[in-house]
Design a protein around this ligand. Structure first.
Ligand SMILES: NC(=O)c1ccc[n+]([C@@H]2O[C@H](COP(=O)([O-])OP(=O)(O)OC[C@H]3O[C@@H](n4cnc5c(N)ncnc54)[C@H](O)[C@@H]3O)[C@@H](O)[C@H]2O)c1
Length: 886
């Protein structure tokens, strides 16, 4: 009789206590080997070896390809031991030789396949191109790293394959392992240890310690140096393992019991279905966790099926497992035999009809052995214990049902959800049934088919996690997220400013990719620009007023053959439906590029359209910050008002009826590819609109300059924009056809747009967005009215910047203190507004006085406030500003 020892830290050793136990042949009840029996000291030694090996990096620190090479050597060593492994598995576990001979093959195949996958395809490191956090810019990536010391607790039905299913994914992902085989079947795991040693897997990486589940298992599941426990076995023990592992919050994967339903539909090929039910339940004496032990049969074919199934069960030969003619070998143990006998007794008592089997079998020429006849109970009700509890033997329950729906309901009426089958000649019907069953695996017209790359695991009380496939590898890794900040400066990191009085952000990035063509006749650049963008089918988006002014047709003419149509239904202050309507039109016309002709309403809608066209769905799906990872549908913007700036900005402001407020898409990728500033397009703009949209641009410039995000490039643009507006606005109000002044206004608006795209806006915008949402006050008008009040609110937080505004507005600041100059800037804005006839009070633009408080509460939550020079935290302060503007 052979002696097997424990495998700890690369050595085969006796148990510290010197104790051994016997491995038995269940077909003869004779001992076949003695095995060292691990106890506390041995378990601790194994864990310590695995811990040390893991922490040293000798295995975890190898490249996956280096681990692959070692696992291939391991697989070669398993192959060299193939016959010994198969014979030992058969003799010790009672697997018929016909089955056991495949086990080395399956083990080697899995080891090679999954370690190659781990080395070549597994996503060890992944970049996250758009993090979803707009305030913490930086590189984001995740790494998958090994968990550490992984314990594998192995069942007795497939001792070698289950040990491989635990060892290989753990090793391929860089973990170290401690394997505890079942006490009945310790031998093949120790032969695998020999193979690992021969392959040169470093000491401590693989440890195998047979011993009692109660003692050894308990230490493994509670030891602080163990990081993960993977267990295959009964649900009762699985619960206990989960409980024990919880004391140190170990990662746990569990492959537990089942009571799987094999559903025979009325259109099944009968001989196939009977064979599927036979193979699905009597393979390995029914000692397979996902066996189809509840055979659900349609009432239409029930009698015929039961008769054929009975005959087929009776034709199965029970014999010694190493006799090549045996179909079924012995059960694994005396205890398992007693369990099976107990359940058969229960079934009879419950009123199920025993139609064959139900007794032990004596095998000729052998004294003893735990043999049991293939047993079929018919007329079983699903609520009977024999249909609810896992028997783990050659006992099958046949249950009748009337409809596919009832079959699914019966299948799901179980605490388990591991496997299952459907037999049918109608694939669609079978798939429908398969989808309905809440279980981890369903086979159609087959059973017990596993595959290296296909995951296996349980729903409900059949388990936690998955084995095999990529999913199985993920179970042996944990995810580390790494954020590498762009900003390595404390004053540039916005979130650090939360704990600081200095909210100014000093560093900045400048990314304004819109190409600009400006000047009289700049429109003629459009055909080259659209061709350069690769578009052949441009759609013009506009609104009725702009169309009426003849501007859309001007563009259509310039686009010539590149134009597929004009869509002119965009309303002022667009909402999500406006975007969806225009997107539908673009889809219908198969537009591959959009030209927006209009003010902020048209350009913002178009930005939403370009995102929705590219990414699918509806506008509401895309309202977010910095999540676009690819270029959007090409967009050329032709502004027709005096100040939106949207033609070069990274924001689209859209009203959401669902949210009851304006929401944003903010992303560099929505910036138009090109903008055309042609003064002809603003010359038709009525005075009132000229003035209010110019004040929008003015607000952009002042708020960008005073924002906590302001920077030197944007400051320059903002100041020049303020100067251009203050000089040219009176000129265009006096003479709308003053082309030079119109162009200067367009350029100012574009510069202000660039400035605020990088530097952001502030409270005046927050307040104007609210007035627009709640009372439809035109955006520019609302901006203008509140701007001087907000400037005064900010006077002590942006004194220097506001003093510069005064100079840009032409105020003679000589002799003034900086604060005086800053306040003079606010006065100068009001003077300019008076001069050009801009409304000065909110009461004049349709806001009721009793609406101001509501406005204040809305405005306090606007994103723009985040960047305001003075922190905006108190709704009463905002209410006060609204009152001043009223
Ligand atoms: N995304 C951004 O960067 C940004 C910046 C500022 C404003 N906005 C948004 O833009 C919208 C406001 O845009 P707007 O102020 O440019 O006005 P608008 O686009 O709403 O146009 C206002 C009116 O003016 C008419 N009009 C425009 N140009 C004309 C012309 N040349 N001749 C005759 N009539 C003309 C239009 O038909 C429309 O009825 C708001 O929704 C605001 O939130 C966005």
């Amino acid at each position: 009789m052979e002696n097997y020892k424990l495998f700890i830290n690369g050595e085969f050793v006796d148990a510290a206590s010197g104790k051994t136990f016997e491995a038995i042949d269940p077909g003869t009840e004779q001992p076949i080997a003695t095995v060292a029996q691990a106890a506390k000291a041995d378990v601790e030694a194994a864990i310590a070896a695995a811990r040390k090996a893991f922490d040293s990096g000798i295995w975890s620190g190898l490249a996956p390809s280096a681990r692959l090479a070692k696992i291939q050597d391991f697989a070669d060593q398993i192959a060299q031991q193939g016959l010994r492994l198969a014979a030992t598995e058969s003799q010790n576990a009672g697997q018929i030789m016909n089955l056991a001979k495949f086990m080395p093959l399956l083990s080697i195949g899995y080891a090679r396949n999954i370690s190659l996958y781990a080395a070549t395809k597994f996503p060890w490191q992944e970049e996250i191109p758009a993090s979803g956090n707009a305030f913490g810019p930086g590189r984001e990536f995740i790494r998958r790293e090994p968990i550490g010391v992984c314990v594998g607790i192995i069942p007795w039905n497939f001792p070698m394959l289950m040990a491989i299913w635990k060892m290989i994914p753990a090793l391929a992902t860089g973990n170290t392992v401690v394997i505890k085989p079942a006490s009945y079947t310790p031998l093949t795991a120790l032969i695998l240890a020999e193979a690992a040693k021969a392959a040169g897997i470093p000491n401590g990486v693989v440890n195998v310690i047979p011993g009692s589940g109660g003692e050894v298992g308990k230490i493994l599941c509670t030891h602080p140096d163990v990081d993960k426990v993977a267990f295959t076995g009964s649900t009762a023990i699985g619960r206990e393992i989960m409980r024990m592992a919880s004391s140190t919050v170990k990662k746990v994967t569990l492959e537990l019991g089942g009571k799987s339903a094999n559903i025979i539909l009325d259109d099944a090929d009968m001989s196939l279905a009977v064979e599927g039910a036979t193979y699905g339940t009597f393979s390995h004496q029914g000692q397979i966790c996902e066996s189809g032990t509840r055979v659900l049969v349609s009432s239409k074919i029930y009698d015929q099926f039961v008769e054929m199934f009975k005959k087929r069960a009776e034709a199965l030969r029970v014999g010694y497992q190493m006799d090549p003619t045996s179909h079924l070998g012995p059960l694994v143990s005396k205890e398992q035999l007693a369990t099976v006998e107990g359940y058969v007794k229960t079934g009879k008592e419950e009123g199920a009809e025993l139609i064959t089997g139900g007794k032990r079998v004596e095998v000729k020429g052998i004294k003893g052995g735990y043999y049991y006849a293939p047993t079929v109970f018919a007329n079983v009700k699903n609520k009977m214990r024999i249909a609810q509890e896992e028997i783990f033997g050659p006992v099958v329950c046949v249950i009748k049902y009337d409809s596919d729906e009832e079959a699914v309901a019966i299948a799901n009426d179980s605490i388990y959800g591991l496997g299952g089958g459907v037999f049918s000649s109608n694939t669609a019907r079978a798939e429908r049934v398969a989808r309905g069953v809440r279980t981890g695996t369903m086979w159609i017209n087959n059973y017990h088919i596993f595959a290296d790359f296909c995951p296996f695991g349980g729903y409900k009380q059949s388990g936690v996690g998955r084995e095999l496939g990529a999913a199985g590898l993920h179970e042996y890794t944990q995810v580390k997220r790494v954020h590498a900040s762009y900003v390595a400066d404390r004053n540039t990191n916005m979130n650090f400013s939360l704990l600081s009085d200095n909210k100014r952000v000093e560093g900045f990035g400048y990314n304004c990719p819109t190409a600009v063509n400006a000047g009289h006749g700049a429109l003629s650049s459009i055909s080259k620009t659209i061709a350069d963008l690769g578009c052949r089918r441009a759609l013009i988006l506009t609104d009725p007023g702009v169309r009426k002014a003849g501007l859309a047709d001007l563009v259509k003419n310039a686009l010539a053959d590149f134009c597929v149509g004009i869509y002119d239904k965009i309303p002022p202050d667009p909402d999500l439906e406006s975007v969806d309507g225009a997107t539908d039109a673009a889809r219908e016309l198969r537009a591959d590029g959009i030209v927006s002709v209009g003010g902020g309403s048209v350009i913002d809608t178009t930005k939403g359209v370009c995102v929705t066209l590219k990414n699918g769905g509806k506008a509401n799906d895309h309202l977010n910050f910095l999540v676009l990872t690819e270029p959007q549908t090409p967009h050329i913007a032709i502004p027709t008002t005096a100040g939106t700036g949207s033609e070069v900005t990274n924001v689209s402001v859209l009203t959401s009826k669902g949210a009851g407020r304006k929401l944003f898409i903010v992303d560099t990728r929505i910036m138009p590819n090109a903008a055309i500033l042609d003064p002809r397009f603003t010359m038709t703009l009525p005075n009132a609109m000229t003035v209010s949209t110019a004040m929008d641009a003015m607000t952009h410039a002042v708020e960008a300059l005073t924002s906590i995000m302001s920077n030197q490039i944007c400051d320059g643009q903002a100041l020049h924009a303020i100067r251009l507006i203050s000089e040219n606005l009176p000129l265009v109000v006096a003479d709308g056809k003053n082309e030079k002044a119109r162009l200067n206004m367009q350029i100012a608006a574009t510069m202000a747009g660039w400035a605020f795209t990088i530097a952001q806006v502030g409270l005046a915008h927050g307040m104007a967005h609210t007035a627009g949402t709640l009372y439809h006050v035109p955006h520019g008008a609302a901006c203008g009215i509140v701007l001087p009040k907000v400037m005064r609110y900010n006077v002590d937080h942006a004194t220097d910047k506001l003093a510069l505004v005064a100079q840009a507005l032409g105020v003679n600041t000589k002799g003034m203190k900086e604060r005086e100059a800053a306040l003079a800037a606010a006065d100068a804005i009001e003077d300019l507004m008076k001069k050009v006839g801009h409304p000065l009070r909110l009461r004049d633009v349709g806001i009721p006085e009793d609406g101001l408080m509501m406005c204040a509460f809305h405005a306090i939550a606007d994103t723009a406030d985040l960047f305001n020079a003075r922190p905006v935290n108190d709704p009463m302060e905002v209410f006060e500003i609204y009152k001043q503007a009223y």
